[in-house]
Design a protein around this ligand. Structure first.
Ligand code: NAP
Length: 363
């Protein structure tokens, strides 16, 4: 289809057996990344439908060389859809996720709406791919509709990094501090950081539409709702989702987790400082070897040149980058390690992880 001929959906007659895919929230930060990831990974698509709010109906988005016109999301949007990739916020997922399943679709949901719902798999493909098979959800000739939840972006990045170590020697306790990028709060937050940076440099009063604080040249506690125990919702997601993904919800000796989540004026890719206490011995070299050999992670750990992961290394990359692997001096030798991780949360923390789940469903 030539780029000059917009269509409300794109379909390929040579791929009629491939799934009809819908992206809900296609105009957002995650939605646009879905388009890039699906194309780059050559995900089999029989037909692609792009859905967003009434504001975006008629807008065209690029999918490779094609331009596809966005449609307004309604309850009737899912007729004939096999795979619905949701990224339009929790209330939309709660309202229309079940409607998509009733229409026969497999839903992979990026919001927090169903993550902790019993029976809904919460999946990081590198960590717990088996959760999908257990739920008996599938695409293709044995299509079985249902909802699969994509975990919180900071949780995905953290677990991809620590899982190779945890599989070798169980982690007893994990203390994590995040440095979270603007893109984690969506396209409007990215625009606000850009605008505020310009305004601050020109000595103007900064515009605060998305966050209550100045974001440019500043940092602040994560904007998710504060809970009575003093943690914000993002921090508690990292605790509870970790236990569900690791299959420890019912365990008396589940991993002890505490998180502090901070927004920093970085446009894209989250960073995390992670302190681990092992139930056994884990040396720095062992940890480096395990990370170097694991899928989804790469090492940047060059002490001589003070070269460690940065958000700019991670942006637009599939892998999460791990470095600053060092013994925790506050603990006996071999018991504790510190590490620093950077991962693109729009990509691995959202769109890529969801597409990897869909790839498992197709298999
Ligand atoms: N950003 C991340 O790094 C990240 C990571 C993990 C998970 N998530 C989750 O993914 C979801 C989307 O995040 P985002 O960052 O992409 O947000 P975003 O940039 O603000 O995009 C939101 C999308 O939802 C659509 N939308 C909003 N209201 C709608 C409505 N009433 N009906 C239909 N569509 C509607 C928007 O369409 P319009 O353009 O028409 O308004 C837009 O396409 C959220 O649940 C978020 O928590 C985000």
């Amino acid at each position: 289809m030539p780029a000059s001929s917009p269509a409300s959906s794109v379909s390929s007659s040579s791929r009629q057996s491939a799934p009809h895919v819908a992206i809900v929230g296609a105009t957002g930060a995650v939605g646009e990344e879905f388009l890039r990831v699906l194309k780059q990974r050559n995900f089999p698509i029989g037909k692609l439908t792009l859905l967003a709010s009434a504001r975006s109906a008629g807008k065209t988005l690029k999918f490779g060389d094609d331009e596809i016109t966005c449609e307004e999301l309604t309850e009737d949007s899912f007729k004939g859809v096999d795979l619905a990739l949701f990224s339009a916020g929790g209330s939309i997922s709660k309202k229309l996720g079940p409607a998509a399943v009733d229409a026969g679709a497999v839903v992979v949901d990026n919001s927090s709406a169903f993550r902790m719902t019993q029976g809904v798999p919460l999946v990081v493909p590198e960590v717990n791919p088996g959760a999908i098979a257990e739920a008996n959800i599938g695409l293709g000739s044995d299509n079985v509709a249902g909802i699969i939840a994509n975990p919180n972006c900071s949780t995905i990045i953290m677990l991809v990094a620590i899982n190779p170590l945890h599989q070798a020697v169980p982690v007893k306790r994990m203390i994590v501090s995040t440095y979270q990028a603007a893109s984690g709060a969506g396209a409007a937050a990215m625009r606000e950081l850009e605008q505020q940076t310009r305004e601050a440099l020109e000595g103007e009063v900064t515009t605060k539409d998305i966050f209550p604080f100045q974001y440019a040249f500043n940092l602040f506690s994560h904007n998710s709702p504060m809970q009575p125990n003093g943690y914000n919702q993002e921090e508690l997601k990292m605790v509870h989702e970790t236990h569900k993904i690791l299959g420890q919800v019912e365990d008396a000796d589940k991993m002890a987790v505490s998180a502090t989540c901070i927004r920093v004026p970085v446009m894209r890719a989250h960073a995390e400082s992670i302190n681990l206490t092992f139930d056994g011995t884990m040396t720095e070299d062992q940890a480096r070897d395990l990370i170097a050999a694991a899928p989804g992670v790469s090492l940047i750990d060059d002490r001589d040149n003070n070269r460690f992961p940065t958000p700019l290394d991670a942006q637009h990359q599939d892998d999460c980058y791990v470095g600053r692997i060092r013994r925790d001096l506050s603990q006996p030798e071999g018991v504790g390690l510190d590490l620093f991780v950077c991962g693109d949360q729009v990509r691995k923390g959202a769109a890529l992880n969801a597409v990897q789940i869909a790839e498992l469903l197709v298999k």
